[in-house]
Design a protein around this ligand. Sequence first.
Ligand code: UD1
Length: 429
Amino acid sequence: MDRIRIVGGNVLHGTIPISGAKNAALPLMIASLLTDETLTLDNVPHLADVEQLIRILGNHGVDYMVNGRREGDGQSYARTIHFSAKNIVTTTAPYELVSKMRASFWVIGPLLARMGEAKVSLPGGCAIGTRPVDLFIEGLAKLGAEIDIDNGYVVTRARKGLVGNRFAFPKVSVGATHVLMMAAALAKGETVLENAAREPEIVNLADCLNAMGARISGAGTPTVTIEGVTALHGARHAVIPDRIETGTYAMAVAMTGGDVLLEGARADLLENALDVLVQAGAEITPTNSGIRVRRNGAGIAAVDVTTEPFPGFPTDLQAQFMGLMTKAKGKSRITETIFENRFMHVQELARLGAKISLAGQTAIVEGVPVLKGAPVMATDLRASVSLVIAGLAAEGETTVHRVYHLDRGFERLEEKLSHCGAVVERVSE
Ligand code: UD1
């Protein structure tokens, strides 16, 4: 199994190209199930989760074609992929496939809407809490679906088609908002989703569905209205830049010091996280080509954060921010409100010398002047990259084991960082 070896202590200088967002690409790919015409997606990142979803869609009969494309100075590989779900060959998504990635559960929406039935295994995914699917079930039932849980599968039918309705989410859910938008796009009549997720990835999906002929308004606000249509057609659509990758590298620069252009990044996708970084002492300048991040000289200030649904501070940057705070001057409190059990990086950061104590859903991080390299274990996708950030600023060598977590969500991480002067390499065992 591969590991990442980091020798800490170098300042970062240069340009890091930001890839297409994993969390936008996945629902967009799933939307291809809604039409028998071709959906072409630009700027698709090359990640293990994308490849896994291609396999899952292939099981349902989706054909795909990749056009490799090299952009700009040759550092950025944005793929264009054509997806064609001309014939759906099965409406069953088996445990062996769905258990590898939680987001693949989302095929339930388009399959049910287009085919009138779906049988989808209950999901697996990152080990960050229980992550139930009750909101999907409640929402789809509101649209008239019959739903049973049978031997670990959600079995759902709507023989006469789904019917629009009003559904107020009792809790904000990104995935359930994606799924209900996709399902309602082909329902009869109007659906109104209240307390919907407002993440930029929701807007990206709604824009794509509208390009396919859907009639969705209000995406990006808490109330999304979907006027159902009888069929959707093919379209071409681009995946937005990855705001989590952007925030991660911005934190890496804040941690090591230096001056890096995050090429292609969009500041409007992560305002709150950028504000927090400015409070911590980074200089952030949005430019025409991306976001420039600098930190020269001054130490890192301790800042308290609480994770919240968008536009609040993202849970997917919580671990990385904790990595940064391990070297801050003073104490910061980091509160996780989205997922329980999302502090698994704490004990690994402690191996590098971080001082962190836990009080329920809050981590209290007392900054230390020096971190020291050590072997550490990646436990989930975002946690693993927090260890990389800490390793970049630690004295000596850090080895991050179980790198497959990183490969799920960070495209060519070691290449991007080493281009900016970090000593980071992948070691195959
Ligand atoms: C998505 C992101 C993930 C991010 C998360 C929150 C993708 C592929 N993944 O995950 O990276 O961390 O949003 O921003 O886009 N919940 C329920 N019942 C449900 C569904 C969710 O209780 O039926 C709970 C979850 O357990 C969690 C909260 O709602 O506590 C938010 O989860 P949700 O927004 O659904 O996360 P995902 O869509 O799985």
